[in-house]
Design a protein around this ligand. Structure first.
Ligand SMILES: [Zn+2]
Ligand SMILES: [Zn+2]
Ligand SMILES: [Zn+2]
Length: 151
């Protein structure tokens, strides 16, 4: 199932001078298999399933490299933690679950028009914007409801 997205990514990274190693492959495949994004301890554990000798420093350096090359997104969680996610390449924002930390991708950004209109009134020229949407994901809401019914 997985593979085609990471193959496309590897072609782009190779053109960017990034060498393909089993450790880097393991990190990228682990991220590709996690829709909601992964925190470093989980990413390391899943990466080790594919590359058993994967060290913590190597994993951290690999993630930093992939973030630097724009292949991986870094998302701050409300609790101060960090999640890494393999997202689409287009402009998008993140919806972060405050309970489990899962991250979803929000496309169709409608913020730009609003931001430009607001900024123009203040004489600003807009270069870009950042936005993170916080809330509770469907799985966590279902769990809360099930618990409420059980009690
Ligand atoms: Zn993203
Ligand atoms: Zn959740
Ligand atoms: Zn936007």
């Amino acid at each position: 199932m997985h593979g085609s997205r990471t193959e496309t990514l590897w072609r782009r990274l190779a053109a960017d001078g990034v060498r393909r190693t089993p450790q880097r492959e393991a990190i990228l495949e682990a991220l590709d298999g996690a829709d909601g994004g992964l925190a470093m301890p989980t990413l390391l554990a899943r990466g080790r399933r594919r590359a058993p000798g994967l060290g913590e420093r190597t994993a951290e350096r690999t993630v930093a490299l992939l973030v630097d090359r724009g292949a991986v997104d870094v998302i701050a969680r409300p609790d101060g933690g960090t999640v890494y996610r393999l997202c689409g390449r287009g402009h998008h924002h993140h919806l972060v679950c405050g309970v489990c930390g899962a991250v979803a991708e929000l496309g169709d950004c409608g913020v730009a028009d609003w931001a430009v209109a607001q900024a123009e009134r203040r004489g600003f020229v807009v270069d870009g914007h950042e936005l993170t949407v916080h809330g509770t994901c469907a799985a966590c809401r279902a769990l809360t409801q099930a618990r409420a019914q059980a009690s």
